[in-house]
Each structure stands twice: as C-alpha cells, then as structure tokens.
Design a protein around this ligand. Structure first.
Ligand code: CU
Length: 189
C-alpha cells in the first residue's frame, strides 16, 4: 500500500504537467490566431479601397490615360459615361465635371501627389485618391442640378480650399454636347 502512494502521486504529477502543456498549446493557438487577425486587418487597412489598377504617379499627369486632354466626361459606345479626373494639391482636374441624368457613370480617378479624396454630395461617390492607384467608382444621377465635390481626405494646408463641382444635366442635352466633342466639359455649358 505504502509503496503505491508515490507512484499515484507521480501519476497526478504527470497529469498536471500534460494539462499545463495542453493549456499552453491552447494559449499559443489563440496568440497565433490573434496575430493572423491583426496582420490581415492591418494589411487591408493600409491598402487603398480600389486597388485593382495601378499607375505610375510621376508620369500620370503627362502621359497615358490621365493626361489633361483625356480628362473629363466621355460617352462610351455602350451608352455609359466615363469620367477621368486627377486630384492634386489643391484642386481637381477638371474642377467641374458635366454628367447626364439616368446614365451609368464610371469615375476613374487618381492622385498626382499625396492622398486626396473625392466625394460627390448626395451620392455614393466617396473614395480615396491614392498616388499609384486608380480609384474606380460607379454611380448614376436621377435629377439634374449642381453638386459639390470636395476633397474629403486632409491633404495639408490648402485642403479646405480643394473643391470641385459636378453639373448634372438632362441626358438629351448631354448627348447633344457629346456629339460635338469627345470630352464634355463645363466650358461648353
Ligand atoms: Cu486634397
């Protein structure tokens, strides 16, 4: 009897050790999962919203899709409208965008310097413009009228003066303008 006591207590001891080992394994698993969640979260946090297309920000304003002559609203063969715009300290080019009512609109925009934002009041358009990336967002306007388009991302001292506007006009008037020129701008208005 007395000889069995030590072996029973050493069995308890072993059991306690195994339990501690499993407990630390469980804690390790939790720490690992927390790290995975943190890394994944940070990764998505630092990536821009629309990160499907990239562009060289140093050449964006002078060559390729975002040269000045290619900016503004243009009618696509499928009947939709594409707007190209560039944000830079402290303005948008073009600063006034003309768009038709009842037409699918795709906005393609980028930044030439620092992070800006583009927001069109009363619409779903609200996205960051990040140098090196093309932000793409689609929208549609039911009513004609003017809408403000501020930069919604603090881009330094002139930020509060960085405003553009969107002139939504009747679809038929827009089509008339688009038949005369490839890029519709506020100047022809
Ligand atoms: Cu800005």
């Amino acid at each position: 009897m007395s000889a069995q006591e030590p072996s029973a207590s050493s069995g308890n001891h072993l059991g306690a050790r195994a339990e501690r080992r499993w407990a630390s394994l469980a804690v390790l698993c939790m720490v690992f999962l927390a790290c995975v969640a943190a890394v994944a979260g940070l990764h998505y946090l630092i990536m821009p919203q629309a990160r499907v297309e990239t562009i060289d920000p140093t050449t964006a304003p002078i060559s390729g899709e975002f040269v000045e002559s290619n900016l503004g609203s243009t009618m696509e063969p499928d009947g939709s409208v594409t707007v190209r715009a560039v944000g830079q300290r402290y303005s948008f080019t073009p600063s006034c965008i003309v768009l038709p009512t009842d037409t699918p609109v795709t906005i393609r925009a980028t930044s030439a310097d620092v992070v800006h934002g583009i927001l069109i009041e009363g619409t779903n358009v609200n996205t960051m413009l990040i140098p090196g990336y093309i932000s793409v967002i689609t929208t549609q306007f039911a009513n004609a009228g003017e809408r403000l388009m501020p930069c919604q991302e603090f881009c330094s001292l002139g930020h509060e003066g960085m405003w553009g506007k969107v002139k939504v006009i009747d679809k038929s008037s827009f089509l008339a303008l688009a038949s005369k020129t490839k890029r519709v701008s506020c100047v022809e208005q």
